[in-house]
Ligand binder design. Sequence first.
Ligand code: NAG
Ligand code: NAG
Ligand code: NAG
Length: 334
Amino acid sequence: MKHFMRMVVQVWFYFYCVCVWRFLKFILRKLTGRCELQRICYNNKPGAGRSLKIETSLKASKNKLLQTAVTVHPDAIEKTIEDIMALKNVNVDTNPQLSVSLQACLLQIVGYRNLTLEVERLRREAYDADNNQHEEMLHQLWKLLKPGVPLEARISKQWCEIGFQGDDPKTDFRGMGLLGLCNLVYFAEKENASALQILSDSLQPKSRDVGKDDFSKTSKLEWEMKKFDKSIGYSFAIVGINITDLAYNLLISGALKTHLYNVAPESPTLHHFQQTFCFLMQEFHKFWIEEDPLDIMEFNRVRTKFYKRILKQLQNTDMALCPHFAASEGLVNL
Ligand SMILES: *[C@@H]1O[C@H](CO)[C@@H](O)[C@H](O)[C@H]1NC(C)=O
Ligand SMILES: *[C@@H]1O[C@H](CO)[C@@H](O)[C@H](O)[C@H]1NC(C)=O
Ligand SMILES: *[C@@H]1O[C@H](CO)[C@@H](O)[C@H](O)[C@H]1NC(C)=O
């Protein structure tokens, strides 16, 4: 009975809050002559800060048109904006800013959704050794990461040199499908210098053999040098596929919205996602060296810590993970 009463009070309180909120919005609208969408666009600069608020406001609306605006087809955005303007009684001629700002927000919101669908489709597409396109991409990855070194056979131990587990990379793509391969090829192609450096670093074995016994034999200087010569020791391709998993989780959970809304002035595309992957590879590599794990058995711990750090960074709505890519700088404050 007591439990039931508490629930009734909670439900009542919830509706009370909703009513107060609606009433406040009504008062604000009367006072400022603007609806909530207008106020958000007016008070926030373009980017994640604004788009996230618009998204929340639309989803929470009790009006069907506003509610479904976040899931319309990309081609229907313009029509949706017109409908919203009519619904809100906003004169587009005297108030041109609102429709422009709202359109930019909707392009991002709808584009993000579209991007998750595209990424999901790639992830579900299994690597198929009978598909010429897949095979070509795999060979391209080899050529990019091993320039000038011929691959002796399709099934070969050589694949381990770029960090696959066995003699056929096919099996390593199981978790992430074609998405893992696409990301690796993108990284090796678009940021070749960085990818080659990370590959070369990752091949350095963990040399922990400098124990106390060796100390007497090695000069102090040599010992210090070995200590600071941080060795890495992980499998490049396998870690690349796993960082794809990490990037995928950030995208699906919605955490990547802050970043993508800040770097993509219109629709975020696969290109933006893959840029983010490159950045995450570079950051993870640095993080791994900083953490200086004993061996690959610590991968799980380092990865979890890294993931938490990125999540924390993404909580800041002004955040763009790779600032050099912040395309929103050129935007006028509409
Ligand atoms: C939506 O995703 C598809 C790929 O699935 C892409 O070709 C299209 O350009 C995207 N549209 C928008 C508006 O982002
Ligand atoms: C990276 O690619 C560019 C152009 O594709 C090439 O000129 C350059 O030599 C490559 N860098 C490395 C380190 O292979
Ligand atoms: C990546 O690593 C984590 C932690 O070790 C693991 O749970 C996850 O399944 C891995 N993902 C892939 C695609 O291998």
